[in-house]
Design a protein around this ligand. Structure first.
Ligand SMILES: [Zn+2]
Length: 62
């Protein structure tokens, strides 16, 4: 059985390039879609953990 190593390398390089483009798309889209931000502290939408006011009470447990 012959392994087409060169083709495999090319495909891997293509996949990595696609991954880079996907990361660029998602990271760029995330910065544009600020309206859909979700807080990681309380889980509520509309603000982020940085601007969360619920955490100041200290009663939030995940
Ligand atoms: Zn919050």
């Amino acid at each position: 059985m012959d392994y087409d190593v060169e083709k495999a390398k090319r495909l891997i390089e293509e996949r990595e390039e696609i991954d880079r483009q996907l990361v660029a798309i998602f990271s760029g889209g995330a910065s544009k879609a600020r309206a859909a931000q979700k807080c990681s502290k309380c889980g509520k939408e509309g603000h982020t953990a940085r601007t969360c006011t619920d955490a100041e009470g200290g009663g939030v447990s995940a």
